[in-house]
Design a protein around this ligand. Sequence first.
Ligand SMILES: NC(=[NH2+])NCCC[C@H](N)C(=O)O
Length: 410
Amino acid sequence: MTDEHTPPLGADSEVGTLQTVMLHRPGLELKRLTPRNNDRLLFDGIPWVSRAQDEHDAFAEALRGRGVEVLYLTDLLTETFADESVRAEAIETALTQLHIGDTMRTYLRPLLTESSPAQLTTYLTAGIRNDEVRGGFGLVTSLIDEHDFIVDPLPNLLFTRDSSVWIRDRVAITSLAMPARKRETQLTELIYTRHPRFAGTGTLHGWRDEHVEGGDVLLLAPGVVAVGVGERTTPAGVEQLAREIMHQGLVHTVLAVPIAQERATMHLDTVLTMVDVDKIVMYPNVAGTLQAYTVTVAEHGETDSDLVLHVADAEPFLVAAAKAMAIDTLHQIDTGLDPVTAEREQWDDGNNTLAIAPRVAVAYERNDETNSRLEDAGIEVVRIVGSELGSGRGGPRCMSCPISRADLPG
Ligand SMILES: NC(=[NH2+])NCCC[C@H](N)C(=O)O
């Protein structure tokens, strides 16, 4: 559903003027975090939820102040649930995925079916704790601790970057690697396939059992995508993504970029982000060693599986990227940080900026050194507070899924 006020869907760069973005305002699902489950649920601490909400509201307001339309994942989901058949489909998929046994399944089905669209959104995002179910008791509920979950909460929904990514006018429904996040894409898939605003949008999702996460996917330039391969995106995952997007003619080159399989560098966007059409901010401690394999099409085929790929030898990332982008140099902002400061600021997502236009980037204010070097290089830094938001290890780029960006001039 588009009208003259709705920009066309999609993005073909990291830096074209941001028009529409999907965020998730942290809610009840964050209140589920305890010292017993935070590691499994991929948070490094227990956030102060009301403060996290304030910080997030300020982030959204900073974007709106720059003319960006902010959509919230849970609003879209609730709107999608206005349709009873979508609710039924969501409930069946959720029930199939949960490890709860048939007694609990039989009990939950009517509970979920009778709930309102908004209540269903809450159940599916904030989860259901054992002590919150009344009746339907069976072996499973007796064996699970009363404060454990029948339906796990999804605290990492905050990081909307990972559970879907737009490449030109298609949206990839990703396949998340960590068990704690798997259910997230069930929700993004419902939104993109069933919400009227996205009617007719083509989806990419041929991953089978492989993984691709949006935080690993960087749209370096129209036609050129870099994909991190490490803790989250798997080698066969990037191959499949490359096949799909090259077969569909969305891009001509994919750069596969190996990154250390560590929490600190879980996604490519924790290591580098773009701040201008030809400038990136990059974690200096990896800058000297980051490599890329350039993947292009050697021969087209009937289907994406028939495509013959050409994979070049690994080259330094900046060299491979500039060649693919057909520019002389992809500049790395010289942050000149000593390795310890660099390591501290990388951990706090200093390199995880969200460009809202060429040379304008949203960044956590705490990363003083990186931010002032960005400013020295002529980048306008829109600072946001992230003391609580950051405890999930994600910055402004992780917390945003661009749905529409203006094409770059020229
Ligand atoms: N695009 C990103 N860097 N996302 C960060 C995600 C952080 C989240 N706690 C996770 O471990 O999955």
